[in-house]
Write a protein that binds this ligand. Structure first.
Ligand SMILES: Cc1ncc(COP(=O)(O)O)c(C=O)c1O
Length: 499
């Protein structure tokens, strides 16, 4: 007899009294906790936890994890997100007890090792980006942007320049850029792209005036193209008294090749969880250090690490500092992973990272060109964008191609972004993928191109091989089911409606 696959939830597998763990009471408490905890703090009813044996719970979670796509299991060409391999040596380093047992309130004398790492990480970032100082506090790229906008605000306010309330963003910018500026109450103004997918200089000049606080740019931009006019853009913005902000989400192809600091950027953030190989997805944790040029150092969040004769120490902030943007000193575990990556690769290794990222993207683009339209033709940096507009005739959208790719064992590329490209499919292979993997991806895309012509319904209905096929994206965002109780409630509601 065939035994059916067990998709029950852990709560449904629960059996009263079954145990998966015995707490080593002696190690954690000298007396019976029931005797030592004050009566009014004790729970009055048992906690709702599934009761399962260790082997059952291990199988349950391992099986769940196998239904997921991850960088460790699948090719993950999610454009703009730089889903590169996360070396396991980074994990080893971050899990050393000397780090995990540290407490952020320990004294400087007892934390010299981690202070040295923070100091050296900052030195590394300064050298890579050409900036003068960094704060390691921000917890993600978007948090870095918010910190950057606070710096922009503080800088102009310190000069009594209160009229600067405009932040310019290109129409191809990532959604977090205008959102971060809007959070600081800046008025966001869009700058058009030209026919080559880069900032339209004429449109930029049209918007530039004495009210502009800042222009936010990512370079290469979200079309994977290097902004060739960046020096001229910097000149124009600075000439009008504005600042230039660099969204470092796309730093991956620049390591050792070009530096935002040399391009004229005043403030930048770096996504350690992209360029420097630390794990991300599903909301964090990340790390988005923010770097500035000299004139903005006094405004940086405090404290910053300093190297003194007697060792490393926390330097008091300048009175003009915007204050803390995160509890303690940032996501230290992520910083240790990124630091390990820097140390393992060194200067030469980092240069190879960028060269290989560019090579892989251009290889894939050229291989796919006969089957799909490339949004902007010509050489790209570490990623490129296809437009599936012409597939509209068959009723196929970019999202359908993303879904069909799942059946071939590939994570979907970014779909419907950047918004300047109709039916965009944004592909970032990253440097850690082999030619064999890229060729397999090309084969899958070729077959999908063929299906779009001959059997578009198959693409529209995909995926066929996954336990969850087409969840309702809107409901998933607006009414997420995040707990077992939510699910029970939803099921009861559905049953009521059906009855
Ligand atoms: C171009 C760009 N800017 C900013 C961000 C925001 O970074 P984070 O996800 O770390 O907040 C992203 C994230 O994908 C991005 O691709």
């Amino acid at each position: 007899m065939l035994i059916s696959k067990d998709d029950r939830l852990s709560f449904e597998k629960s059996k009263p009294g079954r145990r998966g763990v015995t707490l080593p009471r002696e190690r954690f408490c000298s007396a019976d906790p029931l005797q030592t905890v004050p009566k009014h703090l004790l729970r009055q009813s048992p906690l709702l936890f599934p009761e399962m044996s260790e082997s059952d719970i291990i199988r349950h979670f391992i099986n769940l994890s196998r239904k997921n796509f991850s960088v460790d299991t699948h090719f993950y060409p999610l454009g703009s997100c730089t889903m590169k391999y996360n070396p396991k040596v980074n994990e080893w380093a971050a899990h050393q007890e000397k780090f995990t047992a540290l407490h952020p309130l320990q004294s400087e004398e007892t934390t010299q090792g981690i202070l040295e790492i923070l100091y050296e990480m900052e030195e590394g970032l300064k050298e890579i980006t050409g900036m003068d100082r960094f704060t390691m506090q921000p917890a993600a790229g978007a948090h870095g942007e918010l910190t950057g906008m606070m710096l922009v605000h503080a800088y102009h306010a310190s000069r009594g320049d209160k009229a600067r309330r405009k932040v310019l963003v290109p129409d191809s910018s990532h959604g977090t850029n205008p959102a971060s500026a809007a959070l600081l109450d800046f008025h966001v103004v869009e700058v058009a792209s030209d026919a080559h997918g880069c900032v339209d200089l004429k449109d930029l000049e049209r918007h530039l005036d004495e009210q502009v606080a800042c222009l936010m740019l990512t370079n290469p931009n979200t079309l994977g193209l290097f902004e060739k006019n960046i020096l001229e853009i910097a000149r124009l913005v600075h000439e009008k008294g504005g600042l230039l902000y660099y969204d470092g989400a796309n730093l991956n192809p620049l390591l050792g090749l070009a530096r935002p600091g040399d391009m004229g950027f005043d403030i930048i953030h770096v996504n350690l969880h992209k360029t420097f190989s630390t794990p991300h997805g599903g909301g964090g944790p990340g790390s988005g250090p923010v770097g500035v040029k000299k004139h903005l150092i006094p405004f940086l969040p405090a404290p910053l690490v300093e190297k003194a004769k007697e060792g490393y120490r926390w330097a008091k902030g300048d009175p003009r500092s915007i204050g803390r943007v995160k509890l303690f000193h940032g996501n230290i575990g992520v910083i240790i992973r990124a630091y390990t990556y820097l140390k393992v690769l060194g200067r030469e290794g980092l240069l190879k990272v960028s060269e290989a990222a560019i090579l892989n993207a251009n290889y894939l683009k050229e291989k796919l060109k006969p089957y799909f339209q490339v949004a902007i033709n010509g050489p790209c940096m570490h990623e490129f964008v296809l437009s599936l507009k012409s597939c509209g005739a068959q009723g196929v959208h970019a999202g359908d191609v993303g879904k069909r790719l799942l059946d071939f064992g590939f994570h979907a590329p970014t779909v419907h972004f950047p918004m300047v490209v109709p039916e965009a499919l944004m592909i970032e292979p990253t440097e850690t993928e082999s030619k064999e993997t890229l060729d397999l991806f090309v084969e899958a895309m070729k077959q999908i191109a063929h299906e779009i012509e001959t059997d578009p319904e198959n693409v529209r209905q995909a995926p066929f091989t996954l336990p969850v096929r087409r969840p309702n994206d809107v409901l998933a965002a607006r009414k997420p089911i995040l707990s077992y109780r939510d699910m029970v409630r939803e099921k009861a509601l559905a049953a009521e409606v059906a009855a």
